[in-house]
Ligand binder design. Structure first.
Ligand code: DGT
Ligand code: CA
Ligand code: CA
Ligand code: ZN
Length: 576
């Protein structure tokens, strides 16, 4: 499997030589050798031992010596030396799609460009046109290439990272010799965005796992690969770090690589005070150096006198103190959830029919769902007129007549219009079981105006839940200006619930806001805003936010039984 690493180095060598303006035959020789190595399926170590590396197609004495050097030392000195001689920024520029060695050379020698940022500025200002062979199109291509690189470096949302991590975990579990696999890092903590994916495996022979990983169908590029860690770029352009440890260190490694870094620093401080050292291999006595434990994560915490705590809490937000005083919350769990609110069908902008959506909700194992299609003003989403809403209610009543164990609540996602008026009259809202209030327009209003608008809606006795309270769409739209503290006070006062919208680009409320809401004693609800059947599964991400917010099942409307739920909704209505 080392052939892939050497192939990558040879390809880099070709680029470096081209930058230096070296002999084209030499450059071509490296490129060809890289390609041949890439498709070689034998054992390089064996060839090297037999002294027959030169029998490989395209490998002469010089390249055979370099392969031998890599096999024995893990590096190729000539390549490192050439890398050091490159002008500042040139290597980074060569990573940009559309910028090869020749262009990078022009840019750094003729324009003294020394970073990607400088390159971007020059291309935007149209300053590259004078270079030989440069047309305007090339400037545009460079800007596009920079965009692609930046996107690759940007953090991805959970909806992308989670399924990929599951796929890679399943792959690792099937590698012979692997006894345990777990996601780690920010993904295991269910952070709303993920920098890179981290996975951990236990195996007696880690190198075998590394070999399998480099040959995996989802692996597009190998960044580094050694005894304990392999980093790859997937075919989808995502960086994945996989660490493999011996089974008796699995718990310690899992604790370490789950993080967060801040949590780990705190935990290690605590350990040091007790004469202990914690690292990724285990818990050790500072005095004797003896390893005390490390197989299970629980043992690591126990060694410093703490209870195990869920990864979602490990952000250095007071969880270690809470663990010490036995004040950790009993976090909400997937099997506590009895229903989902805020579900769309093809009566507005959902893609599936009411019966299909209902059946899928039942298959989620829920006791109830609330169908909440859009209201009349939201024309882009085919908002329903009062007449259509009443037709839908009729169909829901018919569906309910057929099932005793599952209840479909008649609801609507009703626009909160300017000034806080609702998009259906009160007598229509009164016919519904569940009303979601949403702001979908006028995002540019002042903070004062938006806050007042939302609070006015919350004073309406029929509004059960405020959907996606800040309106953010990650990567697309910032939250609108709203005074959440004032909104939360109104929620408390009026008995209105606040949503944790589980759609991965929204996750709105976010973890810290939901935590604050929980602290103030406000009822919350996780809902998926499902527009297609597979989106019911997004509940996982909303659950992650709720757990990161320290919430328990008593604080979430969708952990209530149907009876408790209806009574909770009725309380606000009766109070008015
Ligand atoms: P990300 O990838 O930016 O979303 O965030 P993480 O938390 O996944 O961070 P990452 O991938 O850099 O590292 C994974 C874990 O490894 C991290 O959560 C804690 C641990 N770790 C990494 N670097 C350090 C460090 O310098 N000190 C300590 N104590 N732990 C570290
Ligand atoms: Ca990570
Ligand atoms: Ca990482
Ligand atoms: Zn919606």
């Amino acid at each position: 499997m080392k052939q892939h690493e050497i192939a990558a180095l040879f390809a880099k060598m070709a680029d470096l030589l081209e930058f230096q303006g070296e002999n084209v035959f030499r450059i071509r020789a490296y490129r060809r050798a890289a390609q041949n190595l890439e498709s070689f399926s034998g054992d390089l170590d064996q060839l090297a031992a037999a002294g027959t590396l030169q029998e490989l197609s395209g490998i002469g004495a010089d390249l055979a010596a370099k392969i031998q050097e890599y096999l024995t030392t893990g590096r190729i000195a000539a390549i490192e030396q050439l890398t050091r001689s490159m002008p500042k920024g040139a290597l980074e520029m060569m990573e940009i799609p559309g910028v090869g060695p020749k262009t990078a050379k022009q840019l750094s020698q003729q324009r003294r460009i020394a970073s990607v940022a400088q390159l971007e500025a020059a291309a935007r200002a149209g300053q590259l046109k004078g270079l030989p062979g440069f047309q305007q199109k090339k400037e545009q291509n460079i800007l596009k290439g920079i965009e692609i690189v930046k996107r690759g470096q940007a953090r991805m949302h959970l909806g992308l990272a989670w399924p990929l991590a599951q796929e890679i975990a399943r792959f690792l579990e099937k590698v012979p010799g692997v006894s345990r696999v777990s996601p780690a890092g920010s993904l295991r903590r269910m952070k709303e965005t993920i920098g890179d994916l981290d996975l951990l495996a236990a195996a007696a022979k880690p190198l075998k796992v590394m070999d399998a990983l480099r040959a995996a169908p989802f692996c597009a590029r190998v960044l580094v690969s050694g005894e304990t860690k392999t980093s790859i770029i997937t075919t989808g352009g995502i960086q994945v770090d996989v660490r493999v440890v011996k089974p008796d260190s699995f718990g310690a490694a899992l604790q370490y690589f789950t993080g967060s870094k801040e949590h780990n620093v705190r935990l290690r401080e605590l350990a040091a005070k007790q004469g202990l050292k914690i690292n990724e291999y285990g818990v050790f006595s500072l005095k004797t150096g003896r390893k005390m434990t490390g197989r299970e994560e629980e043992d690591v915490y126990k060694a410093v006198g703490l209870r195990w705590m869920p990864p979602e809490l490990r952000e250095d937000r007071g969880e270690l103190d809470a663990a010490r005083t036995d004040a950790l919350p009993q976090l909400v769990e997937a099997n506590h959830l009895r229903g989902d609110f805020h579900i769309h069908t093809n009566w507005s902008d959902g893609s599936d029919s009411l019966p299909e959506v209902v059946r899928a909700g039942e298959q989620m194992g829920y006791d109830y769902i609330a169908i909440c299609d859009h209201s009349q003003s939201l024309k882009v989403a085919h908002g329903m007129t009062v007449e259509r809403l009443r037709q839908q209610m009729k169909e829901i009543r018919q569906l309910n007549a057929r099932s005793r164990s599952f209840r479909v609540l008649m609801g609507a996602e009703v626009d909160i219009l300017n000034e806080g008026r609702m998009d259906y009259p009160d007598e229509v809202l009164a016919e519904l079981d569940f009303v979601v209030g949403s702001i979908h327009s006028g995002f540019t209003q002042s903070e004062a105006a938006l806050t007042k608008r939302m609070i006015t809606a919350m004073r309406n006795p029929y509004v059960t839940l405020i959907a996606h309270p800040t309106g953010r769409l990650m990567g697309q739209r910032e939250p609108y200006a709203i005074d959440l503290e004032a909104v939360f006070r109104a929620a408390k006062e009026t008995g209105t619930a606040m949503e944790i919208n589980a759609y991965p680009q929204r996750l709105d409320l976010c973890d810290t806001a939901a935590h604050r809401a929980g602290e103030l004693g406000i009822m919350l609800a996780i809902s998926t805003d499902t527009h297609g059947l597979d989106q019911y599964q997004n509940i996982t991400y909303g659950l992650g936010v709720a757990r990161r917010a320290w919430l328990t099942k008593r604080q979430l409307l969708n952990c209530f039984s149907l009876k408790e739920l209806l009574s909770w909704i009725g309380k606000k209505r009766r109070r008015a």
